[in-house]
Design a protein around this ligand. Structure first.
Ligand SMILES: Cc1ncc(COP(=O)(O)O)c(C=O)c1O
Length: 309
């Protein structure tokens, strides 16, 4: 099992150049193609965590997430593929009919426990688990979004891949930010070289502190070669505008690359807008990380009426 995991996780994802970009080169790091069900940054975040869970002798994984969470979907799929039983603690009440993400995770064998939003937000993991009669000692616990130092270590590996694929570092590596662990991983992989840009999909400016805190916790130097842009959240988490939806649909038509409206759609919209505004140096090479999230499109379309083609 572990050999299979290591083998799969060491295959680099493709780096795809986008055509017809004026004055610079744009590449997409296709982490969405890393694995059909454990896609994008989830694969990178889970790799060392799954190996650690096995090393410590756990055969049960437990994690937390919202009802449409890409992370829950990835943990459920990883449990099924690599032989862990899985338990997902879901934010909010159980709603029927069940959405496609939760139907999928249950189909993978994940057990679900629901916790109301206030308790989910305010309680520590341990007291939350006690309140739903779960013994935390039985599980390898992954935080919400899978964002811990082993996740940062996994995400850092994409930098070496990109460097080998391009024959050098690009001017900037760009990623969508939710918890900020993927950006922290890129910053840690860069080790002060090049630059990284995070595009926040959330309203508010707390992410800079989160990422700096995570880097410090994971033993990284206080690097200065990264920043977070907070101008492209489109109203907040999972909020969108017709302009964002048009961008996602026409981008797919032009390039064949599917994007999701929660994370990668906002990132790609932002980077194209920043290119227009002259944010990146003329002649520079920029890499956009496709962090996956496409499983969420089915549930999004079901809620909002097939907006994403
Ligand atoms: C598809 C996708 N892209 C990007 C992110 C953001 O990653 P991070 O939480 O590491 O900032 C997430 C989840 O958090 C995600 O599911």
């Amino acid at each position: 099992m572990i050999n299979l995991l290591e083998h799969l996780a060491n295959e680099p994802s493709p780096l795809q150049e986008l055509p017809n970009i004026r004055n610079m080169r744009l590449f997409v790091k296709r982490d969405d193609l890393l694995h059909p069900d454990i896609s994008g940054n989830k694969w990178r975040k889970l790799k060392y965590n799954l190996l650690e869970a096995r090393r410590l002798g756990f055969n049960k994984l437990l994690t937390f997430g919202g009802a449409y969470s890409n992370h829950l979907a990835a943990v459920a799929a990883a449990g099924k593929e690599f032989g862990f039983s899985t338990l997902g603690v879901v934010r909010g009440e159980r709603a029927l009919p069940q959405n496609p993400t939760l139907t999928y995770v249950e189909g993978c064998g994940m057990e679900l426990k629901y916790v109301d939003r206030a308790n989910f937000r305010n309680k520590s993991h341990i007291s939350l688990l006690e309140s739903i009669k779960i013994n935390p000692d039985e599980y390898y616990i992954l935080p919400e979004g899978g964002s811990n130092c082993l996740a940062v270590k996994g995400c850092a590996e994409m930098v070496g891949e990109i460097e080998r694929q391009l024959g050098g570092l690009p001017g900037c590596i760009c990623t969508a930010c939710g918890t900020g662990a993927t950006l922290a991983g890129i910053v840690s992989g860069l080790q002060g070289r090049g630059a990284a840009l995070g595009v926040s999909v959330l309203k508010g400016d707390f992410l800079k502190i989160e990422v700096a805190g995570l880097l410090e916790k994971c033993g990284q130097a206080p690097f200065q070669n990264w920043q977070i842009n907070g101008d492209y959240h489109f109203g907040g988490y999972a909020k969108f505008t017709p302009g964002l939806i048009d961008f996602i649909n026409s981008f797919k038509q032009r390039t064949g690359i599917p994007l999701d409206p929660i994370y990668t759609g906002k990132l790609f919209y932002a980077v194209f807008d920043l290119v227009e505004k002259g944010f990146f140096e003329k002649g520079s090479t920029v890499v956009l990380v496709h962090t996956g999230g496409l499983q969420g499109v089915v549930g999004f379309n079901e809620r909002f009426g097939n907006l994403i083609a």
